[in-house]
Design a protein around this ligand. Structure first.
Ligand SMILES: Cc1ncc(COP(=O)(O)O)c(C=O)c1O
Length: 394
């Protein structure tokens, strides 16, 4: 085992400096508790940015993954393997979609969604130069196409030229949604039902209804980016269910794998009909180990778990709303943004010192705990967070 200072110096010397890391090394954990190399215990209110939805080293998930690992770790998509088809079947049965494409990350799941929208526009609507609208404040990934889709200029700087064909409109502005009708080459609108990196902001029902009317009038596709808000995170299997409509395409990742890299793009049979062998692919896509883990995750997101996500959410909302130093609480389910009087970065540091790992989203503190965090740990974490929010505030 390396000493922390050695890890830090090797990281500085050999790893591309794209991450600002905290001064802690995590070495293990059990459920919603993580352990640092110095033996310090942390309550996990971030789940590795919404990934470890059943916490660390969940025994059921570990045994599903290790059983597959002991059989066959990889085969390529030249051959059939059962975990991928079983996962695709389960996702389709639970959502009503017709087909699934597997990749390795959220950005790649969105790349597939964009390719689906472009191919559908070309083949079914004879559109040569398709336009995809996304929302200001959105986040869709770090590849050049998903950066172009991301409605935040700060991510675009120095990476021009990005993939063309994207425009951005204001979220929660039904008139802006209706005005898209004037764009003849509109292929799709892509959006997060709850913007995550943009500040944990749920879309308003009127705005989503305006997008659904736009689809009826123009034939454009509606793509939901459920990379962060999907897989039970908001108290339904996918967040679009709160809004009473069926998207044409849904991308997801993060919590789907429970800790292993997997992305999925689900689509209707109508959209899927434009794809043939060779149109898209991924060497690691549908990797049997990742799919075995995801199969375990998706099969455990049932009514009882979703009910308890909603109950834990109410507990967090009522504990934090009106607490000293808290300006507002936003979000849905266990995807929560807390606007604090103190700077979010200071809050994060103090919470960590107090043994609670949180995240930030823009100027807010962001909470994405494991979906099965025990109430006793959640209460303790909320105690620390509330104490940090009120620190130094009269
Ligand atoms: C909504 C959304 N879409 C896409 C992504 C990109 O996912 P990945 O980092 O797995 O490529 C993220 C990551 O934070 C996200 O929150």
């Amino acid at each position: 085992m390396l000493e922390k200072n050695d890890i830090k110096s090797l990281d500085r010397q050999f790893v591309l400096p794209t991450y600002a890391r905290f001064d802690a090394e995590l070495v293990g954990g059990k459920g919603s508790e993580l352990v640092g190399a110095d033996g310090k215990k942390y309550i996990d209110m971030g789940s590795g940015i919404g990934v470890n939805i059943f916490g660390a080293a969940d025994p059921e998930w570990v045994s599903a993954v290790t059983a597959q690992l002991g059989r066959l770790q990889h085969s390529s998509n030249l051959y059939y393997t059962s975990p991928g088809v079983l996962l695709a079947k389960l996702l389709c049965e639970k959502t009503g979609f017709g087909k699934v494409f597997f990749s390795n990350s959220g950005a790649e799941a969105n790349e597939c969604a964009v390719k689906a929208a472009r191919k559908y526009a070309a083949e079914k609507r004879n559109i040569a130069s398709p336009v995809i609208a996304t929302l200001s404040g959105s986040f869709h990934g770090r590849t050049l196409t998903t950066l172009a889709a991301t409605g935040q200029d700060k991510f675009h700087k120095d990476f021009q030229p990005l993939t063309p064909g994207f425009i951005h409109i204001a979220p929660n502005d039904p008139e802006a949604a209706a005005s898209l009708e004037k764009i003849p080459d509109l292929a799709a609108v892509m959006f997060e039902c709850v913007q995550g990196e943009g500040g944990v902001i749920p879309l308003e029902k009127d705005f989503v209804a305006a997008l659904v009317r736009l689809r009826e009038k123009t034939g454009c596709l509606l793509i939901c980016d459920e990379v962060q808000c999907g897989n039970g995170r908001t108290g339904t299997l996918y967040a679009y269910e709160h809004f009473g409509f069926m998207p044409d395409v849904v991308s997801t990742a993060k919590g789907l794998g429970g800790g292993l890299p997997i992305g999925a793009t689900m689509m209707t049979d109508e959209v899927a009909s434009v794809f043939s062998p060779g149109d898209h692919g991924s060497t690691f896509g549908a990797n049997p180990v990742c799919c075995a883990g995801a199969l375990n995750v998706i099969s455990r997101i049932d009514g009882a778990l979703l009910k308890s996500v909603r109950e834990k959410s109410s507990k967090i909302f009522s504990a934090l709303s009106g607490a000293r130093g808290v300006k507002s609480v936003s979000g849905m389910g266990l995807m929560i943004g807390v606007e604090t009087e103190r700077k979010a970065s200071d809050m994060l540091k103090d919470c960590m010192e107090g043994g609670v790992l949180c995240l930030t989203a823009k100027t807010k503190l962001r909470l994405l705990p494991p979906l099965n965090i025990p109430d006793a740990l959640l209460d303790r974490a909320l105690g620390v967070i509330i104490d940090c929010c009120g620190r130094g505030i009269c």
